[in-house]
Design a protein around this ligand. Structure first.
Ligand SMILES: [Zn+2]
Length: 323
């Protein structure tokens, strides 16, 4: 209810009711409301500078939790780095060494990314440093894993080749020890059984009864199985690849044909005395790149250390070869 205001008129000596125009009343009302609202906003603004709202409290809590999670995340990266380092260490000092590959230098394993600033989009925030540092470390880890993975790919290829190589080279004794009468003669100067003249004996002679099995000393392909080479009689040549050829001479019988593939330990023929031979024995030679080398250097497949020592002793005796 609005108050009724009066005005004293000295001419008529009477009070007259003041009638305010309706428009004016609305105007005053509006100004009052505006002032109240402004004052209200001002109060809330000042108060909000000192008092936290529930929403702010919730956001702060979330931010603290986020920072904690980032710290844990960085600790996880540390652990992953430690695990990777142990793999890298073994890679350089065992695997790569064994397969004769150069170790990967530290600088190459820990190379970062150069050039343009890749982290510009993370800049300009309170926690930019935390985000950029974490991202950098994660990317470094990813790159190091990538380098390690490629190293293992390389080693897998080398290992496969090495395995083939180890299976291929002539590395076992071609006659079983139990079938052997004795190692008659080794590689070196020996007395020729026919001329009695000292000459170089380019192989090893294993005495064994006629018909004793002879085994391929490495994987390969039968290059020859014939008697068209003077002196050797019936003989077999196996091409092992990698520049290696093994030769088995004075055979009684063949168990293989030319161009046949053989594995180490396959039965290829039988001991005899064909060609320039004095008694049944196997004359065995190893060629590397067309040159004859001492076969004894390759026996590590089927001999014990003692057997090898005994063989070495017998092979070095300057006796008469059986040719
Ligand atoms: Zn011989």
């Amino acid at each position: 209810m609005s108050k009724v205001k009066y005005h004293y008129d000295p001419e008529t000596l009477s009070y007259r009711k003041i009638v305010r125009k309706k428009g004016k009343t609305i105007k005053y009302g509006f100004i009052f409301l505006l002032a109240s609202a402004l004052f209200g906003f001002l109060f809330i603004f000042i108060a909000s500078q000192f008092i936290e709202s529930p929403r702010e409290r919730a956001l702060k809590h979330e931010l603290t939790n986020l920072q904690l999670q980032f710290d844990l995340f960085n600790k996880n990266i540390d652990n992953a780095f430690a695990a990777l380092e142990s793999v890298e260490e073994r890679d350089n000092s065992i695997y790569r060494l064994y397969f004769e590959a150069n170790p990967i230098p530290e600088e190459q394993r820990r190379a970062g990314f150069g050039g343009v600033n890749r982290y510009k989009k993370y800049e300009g925030y309170d926690n930019s440093k935390l985000i950029i540092e974490s991202k950098k470390r994660l990317e470094l880890l990813q790159k190091a894993i990538d380098v390690q993975s490629r190293s293992l790919d390389e080693i897998a290829v080398l290992a496969e080749d090495k395995e083939n190589f180890l299976l291929s080279i002539p590395a076992i004794q071609p006659v079983r020890n139990k079938d052997l009468k004795h190692m008659a003669s080794g590689y070196g100067y020996r007395t020729d059984p026919f001329t009695k003249v000292r000459k170089f004996h380019f192989g090893m002679d294993f005495t064994a009864p006629r018909g004793t099995p002879i085994y391929a000393s490495g994987d390969g392909v039968i290059k020859r199985a014939d008697s068209n080479s003077s002196g050797y009689g019936k003989h077999i040549r196996i091409d092992h690849g990698y520049g290696y050829v093994s030769l088995y001479a004075h055979l009684y019988k063949y168990n293989v044909k030319a161009n046949q593939k053989v594995k180490r330990g396959d039965l290829i023929g039988y001991v005899g005395s064909t060609g320039r031979s004095e008694a049944p024995h196997l004359h065995y030679e190893v060629f590397k790149d067309g040159k004859r080398i001492n076969p004894i250097n390759f026996y590590y497949g089927n001999l014990s250390a003692e057997e090898y020592a005994r063989l070495l002793e017998k092979a070095s005796l300057e006796n008469q070869s059986l040719d």
